[in-house]
Design a protein around this ligand. Sequence first.
Ligand SMILES: NC(=O)c1ccc[n+]([C@@H]2O[C@H](COP(=O)([O-])OP(=O)(O)OC[C@H]3O[C@@H](n4cnc5c(N)ncnc54)[C@H](OP(=O)(O)O)[C@@H]3O)[C@@H](O)[C@H]2O)c1
Length: 308
Amino acid sequence: MALMFLSPDDPAEAWRDVLLAAIPDLDVRIWPQVGDPTEIDLALVWRPPTGELARYPNLRAILSLGAGIDGLLAQPGLPDVPIARMVDPSLTRTMTEYVLLAVLRHHRQFDHYEREQRATRWSYAFPPQAADRRIGILGLGVLGGAAAKTLSSHGFPVAAWSRTRKQLAGIQSFAGKGGLPAFLARTDILICLLPLTRETAGILNAQTFAGLPRGAYLINVARGAHLVEPDLIAALDSGQLAGATLDVFSEEPLPPGNPLWGHPKVLITPHVASYSLPSTGAADVVENIRRARAGQPLLHQVDRARGY
Ligand SMILES: NC(=O)c1ccc[n+]([C@@H]2O[C@H](COP(=O)([O-])OP(=O)(O)OC[C@H]3O[C@@H](n4cnc5c(N)ncnc54)[C@H](OP(=O)(O)O)[C@@H]3O)[C@@H](O)[C@H]2O)c1
């Protein structure tokens, strides 16, 4: 049996080489050169074409090259086999870097100085203390948890909101719909690191923004569909929000006519917040190849009913 590698964005040969270094007799087939579809029992994928995975009748498991599997779960005819998502130290580290950078940029008012420089203005603004800037993270999973620890170690008061209550040293935990208003009311910089599910789609909306203190900031590094874009623009224009850093969008690439491009309070990056590497991501993939073939539960296995 063989593993199919399919991704428009990841380095296929580098992945094949690290997998072969760990499992020398692994039959790796790089899409679209997959041969007989009945010989494929494992699929290591990111953004497969719609319906493609339904072509492999002997598939045992789908191993995602991404942490978010909302795109996969939305595919019609997705085979009913276990799905594992990507958990990789490089993915976690790069996300933490991005979030720290975005928080510090807002906290130390670099967004303000960028605007002032364009207007040739020397505009001293007294910087607040980290202890006075409350960070709130939506989602306290692998990525939200790592970001929370790093921001807390920089002296920011950090709280996080998740489905179930958590105990993480130094991090205030809020949970469920009932915990959201109190979480928002104490959050000066809101970071979204939720998976995209039926429950979380559109969560970054006018009501959520109104629940934040006036002048708060938004950092969305999760999925574009978490955000209601017109609500963000209205909140920025009214001053309810002071700025936003956006890495993900409902439509990617963001179309040239989208008003977010030219908004003076918005920083846009092209879905680059974090990335996995074959050299660090392979360990869990190798273990999951072994587990899938042994019929055992996978590491980081997705709960399809929950949607993440
Ligand atoms: N921009 C990028 O480059 C990039 C890169 C990688 C990932 N991402 C995005 O980041 C997301 C998070 O990744 P992860 O690895 O940290 O995921 P994860 O480990 O599965 O964590 C998800 C967190 O969200 C919470 N959650 C889920 N549904 C919720 C709900 N309805 N209400 C409240 N909390 C809820 C979970 O709560 P419980 O702990 O209670 O289950 C958990 O704390 C991915 O799904 C992906 O969309 C973006």
